[in-house]
Design a protein. Sequence first.
Lengths: 240, 389
Amino acid sequence: MKKALIDIIDMGKTYVLGDLQTTVLSDINFSIEAGEFVSIMGPSGSGKSTLMHILGLLDRPTDGQYFFGGKDVTKMDDEELAGLRNQEIGFVFQAFNLLARTSVIDNVKLPLLYSKNKSKMEARAKKVLESVGLAHRLNYFTNQISGGEKQRVAIARALVNSPSVIFADEPTGNLDSKSGTQIMEILQNLNNTGVTIILVTHETYTAEHAKRIIKVKDGNLISDEKVKKRRIAKEGEILK
Amino acid sequence: MLGIIIGVGAVVLIMSLGAGAQSLIVGQLDSLGSDLVAIIPGASEETGPPAVAYGIVITSLKHEDILALKDKHNSPDVTYALSYYTTDQTAYWRDASYDASIMGVSGDYFEVEKMEMATGRFFSQEEMNSPLRLAVIGSEVAKDLFGGNDPLGKSIKIKNQTVEVIGVFAEKGKNGISNPNQNIVVPLAFTQKILAGVNYISLARVRVNNVKNINIAMSDIRATIRDKHNITDPADDDFNVRSIKDALELVTTITNAIKYFLAAMAALSLLVGGVGIMNIMLVSVKERTREIGLRKALGARGKQIKEQFLLEAIALTLVGGIIGFVIGILLAFLVSLVVNALGYDWKFVISVSAFLIAFGLSTFIGVVFGLYPAAKAAKLDPIDALRYE
């Protein structure tokens, strides 16, 4: 029985453009339990972005099955997927993707606008901003904060609906090393409280912060292994 | 948004000006009184211009015909009657001259014309029936011909006739078609016998005791005059009876048609404004592609995205509509100030319908022209949108 949070079974994705068929992913099989910290690694063109889009319910596989929380998502329509994304998934992007000319707290409230439970938006947004240490920046505008602070706002936004899993796509890609370490520390702390984290990156250094690394190349899964020596951001990136 | 502002402003302005013009014309006819009936020489369609407009001179209408109308056995609903013979002449006093309508009258002048005296006196009924060289002049005639001097007792020359001014009328508001302050009023017999050498009249006006009786009164008048002219078949009528009431209805219908036609023209410019809004929204959607992708990733349904952009379009058009409405009203107010300063009795009208049309149209334009960009936004694929530079 499918008890894991995420079950990928014989999953594949093929694009068809007229006569041309491009297979981006094939024969992907793995499961992710709740509370895991998984890193998906691969070079450019490996299909890792497509894999992440499918995992993040932004795209559908053309072959195989994907069970999220026990439900077969390949059978869901766009509206259902949108609802599921809103409630269960939090995205953290490399380029932050915050709304310009909007305050920090209004940015964090955004997922709440599209959810069914719109109560106490201000309070919920404030709470989650406090958890990432940005209580003092509530009414600042996005152009008034640093890169590291922007990514923390993004993490707060990803957390506001209490999702089952956080998807982070190269979260430290646009940050200096100090801010990057800060972000990884937050993610590791979150994972320690039970939040499932899926981190997509092409850098081994970053991937080593996770507990498990899944490697893809040319659309295929080439390895799926536990990390023997993890980097702990809180302790100055020491390998443990 | 400029197109919306101009469009709504133009619609509001035209409807206001149209209503003002309507009230001016209707007011003029109204001030004459809807109990007024005119008897015009010559047969003509009651809805068309009188024969004299075609340059035809009819000589069959006489003052005696009008006197007959005052007989209660003939037309019991007729209260007052006045006969006219008018000729255009130049009046002279010392070095000054004045081109005037010399209006010869006989009958109930004040009750029919609703004028008032400023100084001096008016003619008695006997005087009006005699070719006396007396005149009562309008306020503008007094000002332009006599300067600051008192016209009473002075003699003016009309067609080599020496005429004494015995009275001056009080100023009356102009009303668009005629200016009563430019009249020189003399006894009917004077214009007929001495100035023109005729025995007929050019016009008669009567008042009816109640607007409700207009139609009966008009039948009675027609019957009386046919009798006096020995006419048995109405097709042979050599005169025409028209009421202000009918004229009022006709004028209102015509001016309404003009007003709405012009407003529709103005509304066309709203289409241009709408296209402008659509373009702005299309650019906006394009510029915010990543934002839309983000919102969708965070759980926004296509419908919610569509609503968001539709509301933005409507907000744009409503703001434009408000600005346009205010500008339209201001311009209409300015026009009314200028026209009133020129002496016309123009009413500044803000109609509720103009207000409703302005806002209804703005919202409608916003919805119609915002729909396409909003739909485009809703259809964006979140993955592609997030990748958009």
